[in-house]
Design a protein around this ligand. Structure first.
Ligand code: NDP
Length: 259
């Protein structure tokens, strides 16, 4: 099936690793041109060096919580690609602590990242997306937004706010023909989990992750891969998905316990 993404101009935040990187690769295969950011630009360029040989790529070092940094990145993307058709708000991490272990400043930072890390990008991109005939935004969020877990209370609360906000954005941005949808992740084997695995002292990722998958009740019994997330993100950007907005797609291997 042709997803009609050839020549589409897509901006991705947090593209140097994990889901952002896998999505950039799949979109390049589909013929899209790309604007990619992360805070560490040299790691970003290194991880995506092969993509620049196959499609047009604009790179920037950008912290999504810093509005002026985001404005500069979006400007560079619009100039470099000649406009924008899609945005993937993916940059982020989670804060694995109990509430008692978390300081007020850490709580504020987490809300800053989850809310402004998305809002800054979407607001800056709106004028360019409004000029597209198929403007689309995908917000990478988590099942945690609907189903809190122990030791992830602050991230879960921020994620819940982001899910609610994304629904409002879908309503407001429909006036400009821009669709806004969310992908809700479960446990995906990316940089975040590789770092936790290293810290765990275990030397067998398969056994370590299978135990976590079992404890969390993932129906498919394993972590997902970044490639398994890149596909739903990419299809939500496709102009063929033209009647879908304000939706939240669960991609968690059956970890959710709500209906
Ligand atoms: P990775 O750690 O593999 O990648 C995170 C990416 O985001 C990197 O490119 C990182 O680069 C970038 N990044 C982090 N903070 C910022 C920032 N402030 N500004 C700009 N870029 C930033 O993570 P994943 O691929 O696993 O995660 C992608 C998204 O999915 C995140 O929002 C995460 O919270 C969410 N998620 C992941 C889950 C999982 O199980 N993996 C579960 C639920 C949600 P750099 O450090 O150089 O900035």
């Amino acid at each position: 099936m042709d997803l009609q993404l050839t020549g589409r101009r897509i901006l991705i935040t947090g593209a140097s690793s994990g889901i952002g990187l896998a999505t950039a690769r799949l979109l390049a295969e589909e013929g899209a041109t790309l604007a990619l950011c992360a805070r560490d630009e040299s790691r970003l360029r290194c991880a995506t060096a092969d993509l620049a040989a196959t499609t047009d790529v604009v790179y920037a070092s950008c912290d999504v919580t810093d509005r002026s940094s985001v404005d500069a990145f979006v400007d560079a993307a619009v100039q470099g690609l000649g406009g924008l058709d899609g945005v993937v708000c993916n940059a982020g991490r989670s804060l694995m602590r109990t509430l008692d272990e978390t300081t007020d400043d850490e709580i504020r930072d987490e809300f800053d990242l989850k809310i402004f890390g998305v809002l800054n990008v979407i607001r800056a991109a709106r004028p360019a997306l409004a000029k597209s005939d198929a403007g689309a935004v995908v917000v990478v969020n988590a099942i945690l937004s609907r189903q809190p877990e122990l030791r992830l209370a602050v991230t879960a609360a921020a994620r819940a706010g982001l899910l609610n906000l994304s629904r409002s954005l879908a309503g407001e941005y429909a006036a400009d023909g821009i669709r806004v949808n969310s992908v809700l992740l479960g446990l995906i084997d990316t940089g975040q989990w590789q770092r936790r695995f290293t810290e765990s002292g275990s030397d067998d990722f398969a056994a370590w992750s299978a135990e976590i998958a079992h404890d969390r009740g993932i129906a498919l019994g394993r972590f997902g891969t970044a490639d398994e997330l890149a596909f739903p993100v990419t299809t939500l950007l496709s102009p063929r998905n033209s009647y879908m907005t304000g939706a939240a797609l669960d991609v968690g291997g059956g970890v959710h316990r709500y209906v």
